[in-house]
Design a protein around this ligand. Structure first.
Ligand code: FAD
Length: 385
């Protein structure tokens, strides 16, 4: 008999966010520094090719012909990269899940309910309803630490035993432009462009960076909605104090379109250098947004059972670390194995396990430039001075 499976999701998340704000990579990637890292391993064939900066400027209908590439030496393209419309893909996946009998509930989970000492009983919703289950999987991304903190408090967990040691909530800032029909026609032929990582010509408004050269800007081709999104990889935390001793990073409860001017300026600098067209004639960004993910020290996901015996039936599938949307088609079977207590093999089990010490092994990170180095409060504080 098939077990009963319930998915609880916030309504807004289904409609607006999906699995992260951005899809993966589109058509071609132009960048500098990550190629040697990715293809240094002989197992992978290198599909990328180096192109001259003149070639870059002349390609893609000339959309980056005015880019400031003065600090760059060359670029590369990866013709095998692809991108996906994240929101639509998650929507389809949920529709398929519902079609095969999974119950979908819209609700805001506000806490985990214990079943005495013998595990977790269910998830409490804002309405007061408790959704009970034999096994619970938290896939709550950047909101995980906040959701967990009251049960961690109830169980008297020490700082080292809490989820915040495994991952932290971080956000990147995204600028949205609503394109006209003619612009959609032109920009739909563009690749995903990664601008920077090394040698990026940052403007004078970027501040507080100890290693500014490792940040990057990224712009994706417009999906059906005709929205062009620019992202800046310098991420921020939002640290709050939940008890006298515990500090955690959580997405602010306010509207995520409220973005400190300092972060806006960083993207505006990139847009000005990469596609100055979007700042011509006083054109304004149509929408700003902070987009949150949970980030682990190694940027490996956290896909495991909770190690505390009182939460033995609570599984976690979190820690996307700004690079996990691409696993949407494959990750499910591994999560299912964890739920059923089946090993995913030593290497994966080790990568995704609960880290006893909270590993700081950052050298092997997939996407090191999004590791947060600043807190929202610092930026707001700087603005108010
Ligand atoms: C700007 C940006 C660009 C990115 N670019 C890429 C990329 O190019 N390639 C790539 O592979 N990945 C990318 N990612 C990363 C990818 O989107 C994330 O790693 C992935 O979405 C993480 O999945 P998740 O399920 O852990 O979390 P999420 O996708 O954040 O899902 C968590 C869900 O849980 C819901 N939720 C949280 N708390 C509660 C609660 N209390 N009650 C009910 N529901 C709740 C949230 O609303 C949300 O829908 C990017 C992320 C961002 C933000």
């Amino acid at each position: 008999m098939m077990s009963r499976v319930i998915i609880v999701r916030r309504l807004e998340s289904f409609i607006a966010k999906g699995a992260g704000e951005l899809g993966v990579f589109d058509g071609f990637r132009i960048s500098f520094s990550c190629r040697p890292k990715i293809f240094s391993n002989e197992i992978y064939r290198d599909p990328t090719k180096t192109v001259s900066l003149d070639e870059v400027k002349q390609s893609y209908g000339g959309i980056i012909k005015d880019a400031d590439l003065a600090n760059f030496r060359s670029a590369y393209v990866n013709p095998e990269a692809g991108w996906a419309d994240a929101g639509t893909a998650v929507k389809r996946m949920l529709e398929e899940s519902i079609a095969v009998g999974i119950e979908y509930k819209v609700g805001d989970a506000v806490g985990i309910v214990l079943r005495g000492q013998s595990g977790v009983k269910g998830v409490k919703l804002a309405t007061g309803e408790v959704v009970e289950a034999d096994k619970i999987v938290l896939t709550t991304g950047a909101w995980t630490s906040f959701l967990m903190h009251s049960i961690e408090e109830e169980l008297g967990l020490r700082h080292e035993e809490r989820i915040e040691r495994q991952l932290t909530a971080a956000a990147v800032c995204v600028a949205h432009y609503q394109l006209t029909e003619e612009e959609v026609e032109l920009y739909s032929k563009m690749p995903v462009i990664v601008y920077g990582e090394k040698g990026i010509p940052f403007g004078h408004r970027v501040f507080m960076f100890s290693d500014a050269e490792s940040f990057a800007g990224e712009v994706l081709p417009p999906p059906q909605s005709g929205i062009l999104k620019f992202t800046f990889s310098g991420s921020v935390t939002n640290t709050i104090t939940v008890t006298s001793e515990q500090r955690i990073s959580v997405p602010p409860f306010q509207d995520q379109s409220i973005v400190p001017q300092a972060l806006k300026n960083e993207i505006l600098d990139i847009i000005k250098s990469l596609m100055p067209y979007f700042q011509n004639n006083g054109r304004e960004v149509d929408r700003w947004r902070l987009c949150w993910d949970s980030i682990t020290p190694t940027q490996n996901q956290l896909i495991c059972r909770h190690p505390n015996p009182s939460m033995h039936n609570l599984c976690l599938a979190v820690g996307g670390s700004f690079h996990s949307y691409k696993f949407l088609p494959t990750i499910g079977k591994y999560v299912a194995n964890v739920i059923h207590g089946i090993s995913n093999g030593d290497e994966k089990d080790h990568a995704w396990e609960w880290k006893a010490t909270g590993s700081q092994d950052r050298l092997k990170c997939a996407h090191a430039n999004v590791i947060p180095k600043r807190d929202l409060k610092d930026l707001i504080h700087m603005e108010s001075r």
